[in-house]
Design a protein around this ligand. Structure first.
Ligand code: NDP
Ligand code: MG
Length: 382
């Protein structure tokens, strides 16, 4: 039986690579529904290649046009559309590769339907990880990580007891500005920040990698997924992005997962789990060619955003919602060239400082705090 897949964010970097995996394994996987934002050119291409049952777009006008062109496909739009795709009745697994905390509600609705979640959309786990994990437990739904570090941790944990884990070690490439001091970051441009040394990704996560907020979000994501205390999660600079993360056990053994920096590997593993599938034409890891791997201690002063994220995680409650929403809003302002690179951290810190944490927030509280934080950040511009 083929696994039926619904996909949020099909036109994005992870979305397109997910489609590659589905194309490579037509006997294993079938795309049944997908969502996009505004990229109609790419949407038309996907619709011509994949005979899906339903799609969703951001704007109503685009939905109307697509419905005329593809009358057999059910077309919806907006937030409600995202939920319809995520919880598509016919799907076995949802690949959530949408960008930002808009992915939260659709994820919760898919879980309620018993659909397995392959999650790339880390903002959802940062903003309200407790709600996702609780719902997954209640409905007995697996949450499979797509993020490369978390896929590595998930693989290293395979068959191990959680009580034997002494720490998680998450590796970080250092992003576009790893060879610059904080002083040298004052006047960097959007174009420079978008130039990641190892990975080719969407713009928001590339900026998050340059500020190191991406690693901060990943520390929270790891805490949520694996239920490990923040004091037992370490971040290590590793320029080559070959070791994707590792786990140290109480007997001092360390299990790491290695591979070339290619997101299709963790995407495919989440889709094929618990099996592994051949990857036609994929580049194999050649350690002789690479020769040396490097590791450095993380500098939390240089990468202030990482410190902010860990602080938010330790404070807990709605503070991670504020961290995430402030970061999404500030990165959007940086990409629009309305604020400087270092103002991203500054705006997030100010938003966190203003917020009084609410413990164990429900969905309504999370959505309210998320929206209020975005307004707070917009007001900082004035
Ligand atoms: P992209 O920006 O490349 O793609 C985002 C996707 O989401 C696009 O399909 C976009 O549609 C859609 N989208 C954006 N905003 C909305 C919205 N408001 N409503 C509906 N759809 C929307 O992002 P990435 O693929 O890089 O990242 C996706 C997620 O995966 C993020 O959470 C990221 O942190 C995570 N991730 C990404 C990795 C990577 O290598 N790229 C690695 C690990 C995690 P459109 O373009 O049509 O407007
Ligand atoms: Mg990652």
């Amino acid at each position: 039986m083929k696994k039926r897949i619904s996909l949020l964010g099909a036109t994005g970097s992870i979305g397109i690579q997910t489609l590659d995996i589905i194309k490579d394994h037509p006997e294993e996987f079938q795309l049944v529904a997908f969502s996009v934002g505004k990229n109609m050119e790419e949407t038309r291409k996907i619709l011509k290649q994949f005979p899906v049952e339903a799609i969703s777009v951001l704007h109503e006008e685009d939905a109307r046009l697509l419905h005329k062109e593809f009358p057999k496909v059910q077309v919806s739009f907006g937030d409600e559309g995202l939920v319809q795709i995520a919880a598509h009745t016919n799907a076995d697994i949802l690949v959530n590769a949408v960008l930002g905390s808009v992915g939260l509600n659709p994820t919760l609705e898919a879980i309620k339907k018993g659909i397995t979640i392959a999650i790339a959309n880390k903002e959802t786990l940062v903003t309200a990880g407790h709600l996702v994990m609780q719902a997954a437990k209640v409905h007995n739904v697996p949450i499979l990580p797509v993020d490369s570090e978390h896929s590595a941790l998930f693989q290293a944990l395979n068959g191990e007891k959680k009580s034997d884990v002494s720490k998680l070690v998450i590796t970080a490439s250092g992003g576009s500005f790893r060879d610059r001091t904080r002083e040298q970051l004052k006047h960097v441009t959007v174009k420079e920040a978008l130039n990641h040394p190892n990975w080719s990704m969407g713009s928001k996560i590339t900026i998050d990698s340059a500020t190191m907020m991406n690693k901060g979000l990943e520390v929270i994501e790891a805490h949520v997924l694996f239920d490990i205390s923040y004091d037992d999660i370490e971040v290590l600079l590793h320029r080559e992005s070959i070791i994707h993360s590792m786990i140290e056990f109480q007997d001092t053994s360390v299990i790491a997962q290695l591979g070339t920096p290619d997101m299709r590997v963790p995407i495919q593993y989440a889709l094929s789990y618990p099996n592994r599938l051949h990857r036609p034409h994929a580049k194999r890891l050649n350690l002789v060619e690479i020769g040396k791997l490097h590791f450095e201690e993380m500098n939390y002063t240089r990468y202030h955003a990482l410190k902010l994220a860990i602080d938010a995680g330790k404070i807990g409650g709605t503070m991670t919602t504020v961290l995430n929403a402030a970061n999404e809003a500030a990165v959007a302002l940086f990409l629009q060239e309305k604020i400087s690179f270092l103002e991203i951290d500054e705006f997030i810190e100010r938003a966190m400082f203003k917020h009084v944490k609410i413990s164990s927030p429900d969905l309504e509280t999370i959505l309210h705090v998320d929206a209020e934080t975005r307004k707070t950040v917009q007001n900082m511009l004035k």
